[in-house]
Design a protein around this ligand. Structure first.
Ligand SMILES: NC(=O)c1ccc[n+]([C@@H]2O[C@H](COP(=O)([O-])OP(=O)(O)OC[C@H]3O[C@@H](n4cnc5c(N)ncnc54)[C@H](O)[C@@H]3O)[C@@H](O)[C@H]2O)c1
Ligand SMILES: O[C@H]1[C@H](O)[C@@H](O)[C@H](O)[C@@H](O)[C@H]1O
Length: 336
């Protein structure tokens, strides 16, 4: 079966996912596009999906009879309404992170999916599909004894002017929030944020870098450096310290160059390149599940837990070093 897909939000990632469904993956075709800026949708149609119909609203796209499944790739604050509409229509829905910009919004999605009675939503936490993180998880699960600590870093070369301090959590740390609880098979119980000396490259409304300290139910201590004006590249680091050994996320594959009395490997600069294979695998997974009328991979529950944890981290940012507790509600059986 070829799953007929509608894409809401045709900016950077909507375009990239349209390209991969049309040009790279099997089992899906783009039949519908929508963006609040209509030319963004028509331009993408002309460039990559000539057979797609452009809809004036995301709601009209979700309701279209020939749309089997929906990709929500619009601005984060708009995700909740579109995901709820897809659940109401009984259509599988891939939602880019964040599932919702508030924990309340994510809870409404969990409740709607539970009421529907089966999974329909996959959240775009692509790192769970990354070959390096999967290799790391295999080693963490079997090769280093009980994990005790995680040291991680999430570095972007630069960010635009509109990227402000809480976005370091909602937009950036959210990847570590999800992938580390998956990696450790654990949940967080508290968060604290401390601010080192501010980089002179940070915009006026951004405290950069930041260090987020998380503690898990099993007592693991996690520190994540968020540094989004690091200048030198897009760099994702993760090291798990266990009782019997230390395991590190592999570096992306790169040619080692010996030249002019030096040995070097390039560092990537763009998140699209760093996780290009993971995006392919996550969307292929979505297409396979959507063909069966369901969803797999990171769930609404994972999106909800990430939102609760993000809210606690933002509160921690605002409370000058205070440790903010994180309490999760009971996990519905649909997600066990
Ligand atoms: N998984 C990842 O690594 C990853 C990477 C990049 C972006 N994202 C997420 O994807 C989403 C989009 O990010 P982007 O970088 O493509 O941003 P973008 O600004 O390039 O694109 C967003 C698009 O949504 C459109 N839009 C805004 N409001 C809308 C509405 N109400 N209905 C329909 N369209 C609307 C905008 O016009 C724009 O074209 C964000 O939530 C972001 O966090 C995830
Ligand atoms: O939306 C992007 C994307 O999620 C990247 O993976 C992350 O590194 C950036 O910080 C964020 O702004």
């Amino acid at each position: 079966m070829t799953v007929r897909i509608g894409v809401i939000g045709t900016g950077m990632i909507g375009r990239d996912h349209t390209r991969r469904i049309e040009k790279v993956l099997t089992g899906g075709t783009i039949v519908a596009l929508s963006d609040s800026v209509p030319e963004a949708a028509t331009n993408l149609r002309d460039e990559l999906a000539p057979a797609a119909v452009c809809y004036p609203t995301g709601e009209a796209l979700v309701a279209a009879a020939d749309v089997d499944a929906v990709l929500v790739c619009s601005t984060g604050s708009t995700h909740e309404a579109y995901v709820l509409a897809a659940i109401e229509a009984g259509k599988p829905c891939f939602c880019e992170k964040p599932l919702a910009t508030t924990a309340e919004g994510a809870r409404r999605i969990v409740e709607a999916e539970v009421a529907h009675g089966s999974r329909l939503v996959q959240v775009g936490f692509m790192r769970r599909y990354d070959a390096g993180y999967r290799m790391l998880k295999t080693v963490v699960d079997s090769g280093i004894g009980a994990p005790l600590m995680v040291h991680a870093a999430h570095r972007n070369p630069t960010v635009p002017e509109q990227y402000v301090t809480p976005m370091a959590i909602h937009d950036t740390l959210i990847h570590e929030i999800d992938v580390l609880r998956w990696l450790l098979d654990d949940d967080y119980v508290s968060a604290q944020v401390v601010f080192p000396k501010r980089s002179r490259h940070a915009h006026a409304k951004l405290a950069d870098p930041q260090i987020v300290l998380l503690e898990t139910e099993k007592g693991v201590r996690v520190d994540v450096e968020i540094f989004v004006n690091c200048r030198y590249g897009y760099d994702i680091q993760c090291q798990v310290v266990g009782e019997e050994g230390i395991a590190s996320l592999p570096e992306p594959m790169a040619v080692a160059l010996r030249q002019n009395a030096s040995l070097s490997t390039p560092i990537l600069t763009d998140w699209k390149d760093r996780f290009v294979d993971s995006y392919d695998v996550e969307l292929q997974d979505f297409l396979m599940a959507a063909a069966a009328g369901t969803a797999s991979g990171p769930s609404s529950w994972d999106g909800y837990v990430a939102a609760i944890t993000s809210d606690a981290c933002v509160e921690a940012q605002e409370s000058q070093g205070a440790i903010v507790p994180i309490t999760l509600p009971e996990r519905p059986t649909l997600y066990r």
